[in-house]
Design a binder for this molecule. Structure first.
Ligand code: NAP
Length: 384
């Protein structure tokens, strides 16, 4: 009999941790639809959303249940595209070569992955000039178990549960064999040990987005006592910028924008002011901020909301001074720095409630992400 966890969750949170006491949903505002604390249920119930959800709630596999280096197959299942285009170019294959491990890499048995806008922009051919050659197995975010280590690997070993963004530079020669596969080979320096309280699906929801949030705040010189406005507070990156600004960097005040239905989520993440962009123009408000973090592509307006001498972090779209744009660098050390905040529950992954999508539904998952309406992260789990 398998122990399952069931939760009465906030509609935007899908807490699937194996340690309910660490699931920080008790901090939800009383006027949210969250109904109470997590409870443990036993057996193969389909309560709470049917088979997929039930499967998801299974306690995370451990290294004992998976392949060891002696049983790594030569071929694997993976999603592949051979030409640039819309999500229909994605093909499911079951005879893809398992990647070779370089000296500084480990081979990961992938349990969960997450999608990022860069995945579909890359697939559309927007970064053709600096992309690796086709065919491509997409996927940046991974959570899984180390099954083989390269000769120069120092701190990871077989059986370690890890997570990370497999591409050091998001746009410069990203890997031909990414995380949307049964196995992926990743440099040790891009990985961190998975936070103990998070299962694989939750851990996969973090790397690229949390590293982007962290790097942008660092580059903006954000520090304790400063104020910040986050544009796109409900998205994959924005939901983590709010939390890191407040919990890690010590923001004095956090404001964030979203559409009407997501305002409560922004507050539950730590926003002191949740601005409904369908009703108010943030740039017209009298309040100005030390930093504006733009995840939407509204730099022309963002610069009107920053204090003189402040910074405007721009992730996408045209840049207006004093805005600056950067492209995230994957960094396992940054994840390791943030692990205590994740393990204490101060910072938590936000998983879109429409997911996690099973591996077979990758095309649907991409189509959903590409609507631009996702809440937090679109996660792919389980991966066979
Ligand atoms: N430069 C880099 O290194 C880097 C790194 C990561 C991401 N990015 C880029 O940053 C952007 C955001 O990434 P992401 O992963 O956070 O995307 P995402 O998760 O797909 O963002 C979706 C969210 O955006 C919100 N949104 C859309 N229009 C909005 C608006 N006008 N005002 C406020 N919120 C709005 C939506 O909320 P509503 O439904 O409420 O509108 C939705 O919840 C993408 O373009 C991505 O490519 C760049």
């Amino acid at each position: 009999m398998e122990a399952l966890l069931t939760f009465q969750a906030h509609p935007f949170i899908f807490p699937i941790t194996t340690k309910p006491s660490l699931t920080p949903i008790s901090s939800f505002p009383s006027n949210s639809t969250h109904q109470g604390t997590p409870t443990i249920a036993i057996a193969s119930s389909t309560r709470g959303g049917g088979r997929r959800r039930s499967e998801l709630l299974k306690v995370s596999p451990t290294s004992e249940t998976i392949v060891t280096s002696s049983s790594i197959p030569s071929k694997m299942k993976a999603w592949v595209y051979e030409e640039y285009g819309d999500s229909q170019v994605l093909k499911f294959e079951d005879e893809i070569e398992v990647p070779e491990v370089k000296d500084d890499q480990v081979l990961i048995k992938v349990f969960a992955a997450a999608l990022n806008p860069v995945d579909f922009k890359r697939r559309q051919g927007k970064f053709k000039a600096t992309d690796s050659p086709l065919p491509t197995v997409p996927g940046y975010d991974v959570a899984g178990v180390v099954v083989k280590v390269g000769s120069q690997v120092k701190s990871l070993k077989e059986g370690d549960e890890v997570y990370g963004d497999v591409n050091e530079k998001a746009l410069e020669n990203p890997k031909q064999f990414g995380s949307l596969a049964e196995y992926t080979a990743v440099e040790e320096k891009l990985l961190a040990v998975k936070p103990k309280n998070l299962n694989f699906a939750e851990a996969a929801a973090l790397p690229l987005a949390i590293e982007t949030a962290n790097e942008g705040l660092e580059k903006a010189g954000f520090s304790a006592g400063k104020s910040i406005l986050v544009l796109g507070g409900a998205g994959g990156v924005g939901s983590l910028v709010i939390q890191l600004a407040k919990q890690v960097f010590g923001a004095s005040r956090v404001a964030a924008t979203s559409s009407t239905g997501k305002l409560e989520l922004l507050k539950s993440l730590g926003a002191d002011l949740a601005i409904d962009y369908t009703k108010e123009n943030f740039e017209d408000l009298p309040e100005k901020f030390d930093v504006v973090y733009d995840t939407v592509g509204q730099c022309d307006k963002a610069v009107k909301a920053v204090k003189e001498g402040g910074s405007v972090v721009v992730l996408t779209g045209a840049v207006t001074p004093p805005g600056f744009r950067f492209v995230v660098t994957s960094d396992g050390a940054a994840l390791a720095k943030l692990n205590p905040f994740l393990e204490s529950g101060k910072v938590r992954p936000i998983l879109d409630p429409k997911g996690p999508f099973p591996f077979s539904q990758l095309v649907q998952a991409f189509s959903y992400l590409e609507t631009g309406r996702a809440v937090g992260k679109v996660v792919i789990y389980p991966i066979p």
